[in-house]
Ligand binder design. Sequence first.
Ligand SMILES: NC(=O)c1ccc[n+]([C@@H]2O[C@H](COP(=O)([O-])OP(=O)(O)OC[C@H]3O[C@@H](n4cnc5c(N)ncnc54)[C@H](OP(=O)(O)O)[C@@H]3O)[C@@H](O)[C@H]2O)c1
Length: 270
Amino acid sequence: MGSVKNTKITILGGGNIGMSIAAGLIKSGQWKASDLTITRVASQSLTDIVNMGINATHDNKKALKDADFVFLAVQPRQAVKVLEDIKEALDPKKHNIISVVTALSFADIEKVIGKGFSLTRIMPNTAISICESMTCMASNDTESEMFKKAQALVNHLGKTLIIEEKMMAAATVLASCGTAFMMRFIRAAAQGGIQVGFHASEAQYIVAQVAKGAACLLMENGLHPEQEIDKVTTPMGLTIKGLNEMEHNGLSSAVIKGIVHSYNEMEKIK
Ligand SMILES: NC(=O)c1ccc[n+]([C@@H]2O[C@H](COP(=O)([O-])OP(=O)(O)OC[C@H]3O[C@@H](n4cnc5c(N)ncnc54)[C@H](OP(=O)(O)O)[C@@H]3O)[C@@H](O)[C@H]2O)c1
C-alpha cells in the first residue's frame, strides 16, 4: 500500500471535523503539524491554528500548492463554492481528494471540478481526533493507487470499512451521528448512577469505561451482544430486571426509531 508518512495534507474547512482530522493525523505520529495546512474563513481561528504549528490560510487555492491529500471538510451548503474556488488549481495526478461532506456525491463533485480525479468519500466521527473513529469509505475507483493511499491514510485514524456510495447516508447516521447517540446513552446511565449515590464525575468515569469495555468485548470476542448479555443476566437477577424495565420503557425501540428517523431526515436533504 506504500507509506503515507509525512505526506502533505490540506484540510479545506477547519471546523469540528476538520480540526478533529488534524488532531488525529498528528496523534497518529505519522504526520507533524507542519505537514498540515488548514483553511478557514474567520481570521482569529487561523491565528489559533498557526499557534498549533499548523499552516493556515484563507486562500483555498494557495493551500493546495504542496498538498498530496486534499480533505474537503466544509458544510454541504459551502462545498460547491469551495470546489468552484479551487478547481483551476486541482491536479488529478497529484491531488488525492477526500470529502467528508454529507450528501455531496461523486457526481456532484465531478459536476464542478470535472472527471479524472481520484475521489474518496469518508464518513468519520469526532473520535477521529484520537484515532478511534469508525470511518466508512467509498471511492469512485476502489482499484486505483490513489484510493489505496487514501485508505492507508484513514487506517491510521481508527477502524475503516469500504462501502458503496449509496450506503453513505446510512453510514452518516450509524457511524457519525452514532457518537452523539452513544454519548446520550452514557449520560443517561451516569444520571442513573448519580441517583443511586455516585458523584457526577465518578458516575461518568464508571459508565464511560463500562461502555468502552462492552464495545471491546464485542470487537475482540466477535459474539452477538445478546450472547454477552446472557453471560451477565443471572436468572431472576438484578441485571435482567433492570434490562427488562428499560425495554418495557422502549429502549431498543427508541434507539431503532431514532436511527431510522435521522436516516429519513437525511434522505430529505439529498
Ligand atoms: N461534525 C461531525 O461529527 C461530522 C462527521 C462527519 C462528517 N461531517 C461533515 O463534515 C462537514 C463539516 O462539518 P463540521 O461539523 O466540521 O462543520 P463546521 O464546524 O461548521 O466547519 C466548517 C468549516 O468550514 C469553514 N469554511 C466555510 N467556508 C469556507 C471557505 N469558503 N473556505 C474555507 N473554509 C471554509 C468554516 O470556517 P469558519 O468557521 O472560519 O467560517 C468552518 O471552520 C459537513 O459536511 C458535515 O456533514 C461532520
